[in-house]
Design a binder for this molecule. Structure first.
Ligand code: GSH
Length: 210
C-alpha cells in the first residue's frame, strides 16, 4: 500500500503528479503549512527525522527526498514508463535532470528564499544566487530547445521533477525570459495527469499558465 505525505503548496505535489501519471493506487495524508511561518506541522516532523515533505510510505517503510522517491517509484512500479531505456544514450541526461532538479537547480532558489526571510534581499549573496539561478534556467532552456519535453518526444519523470525550478524561480521573482520553458510549462499544465494530481492534492499556487 502506497501513501504519500503531502504538504500543501510544496514539491510533494510532484510526487502526487508522478503517482497519477503512473496510474498507481495510493492514499494521501494531507499536511498544512503554518500560515505564518510556512513550515510543515509537527506531525510531519514526527513522521521522519528529516521532517520534510514529501515522505512516501510503502507498506510501512518510509522514504524522504523527492528525487529518491521518484527513482524508487520508477524502479519499483514504473515498469519502464516515464523514463528512457536504462541502457540507452538518454539515460545519462535523464539522471542528470532528476538530480539537478533537487540540488544545483534548487540551491540558488533556497538562498533567495532565506535571503528574503532574513532581510537580505538585494544583498551580494542574493545577487549571486540570482546569477546562479539564471544559469540553471538557461540550462533548462537549452535542454528543451525546440523539443516538447526534456528528453525529446517522450514525456518523463524528469519533466515532472524539473518543473518545480521555474515555478519557484517565478515565486522568488527571478523567472527571467525563457520562451522554451514557458511553452513547456503550458504543455505540462495541459496534461490530464497534472489535473488529476491537482484534484487529489488540492490547490497548488506555484502552477500558473504562462
Ligand atoms: N530535498 C528535499 C527537500 C524537501 C523540502 O524542503 N520540502 C519542503 C517543501 S517544498 C518542506 O517540507 N518544507 C516545510 C518545512 O521545512 O517545515 C526534497 O526534494 O524532497
Amino acid at each position: 500500500m502506497l501513501t504519500i505525505h503531502h504538504l500543501n503548496d510544496s514539491r510533494s505535489q510532484k510526487i502526487v503528479w508522478l503517482l497519477e501519471e503512473l496510474e498507481l493506487s495510493y492514499e494521501i495524508v494531507h499536511h498544512q503549512r503554518d500560515a505564518q511561518t510556512l513550515m510543515g506541522p509537527p506531525e510531519l516532523k514526527a513522521l521522519h527525522p528529516l521532517g520534510k515533505s514529501p515522505v512516501l510510505d510503502d507498506d510501512g517503510q518510509l522514504l524522504s527526498e523527492s528525487g529518491a522517491i521518484t527513482q524508487y517509484l520508477l524502479t519499483r512500479y514504473g515498469g519502464g514508463r516515464l523514463a528512457p531505456d536504462p541502457a540507452g544514450t538518454d539515460q545519462m541526461r535523464f539522471l542528470e535532470c532528476l538530480y539537478f532538479a533537487v540540488s544545483a537547480g534548487m540551491n540558488p532558489i533556497m538562498i533567495k528564499v532565506y535571503a528574503r526571510a532574513f532581510g537580505l534581499s538585494d544583498s551580494l549573496m542574493d545577487h549571486a544566487a540570482t546569477e546562479e539561478l539564471e544559469r540553471a534556467l538557461g540550462y533548462i532552456e537549452t535542454l528543451l530547445g525546440d523539443q516538447d519535453w526534456l528528453m525529446g518526444a517522450q514525456f518523463t519523470a524528469a519533466d515532472i521533477q524539473m518543473s518545480f525550478i521555474p515555478e519557484l524561480a517565478r515565486a522568488v521573482g527571478a523567472a527571467g525570459d525563457h520562451p522554451a520553458i514557458e511553452a513547456w510549462q503550458n504543455r505540462l499544465y495541459a496534461r490530464r495527469g497534472f489535473h488529476r494530481a491537482i484534484a487529489r492534492g488540492g490547490p497548488y499556487s506555484f502552477a500558473q499558465a504562462i
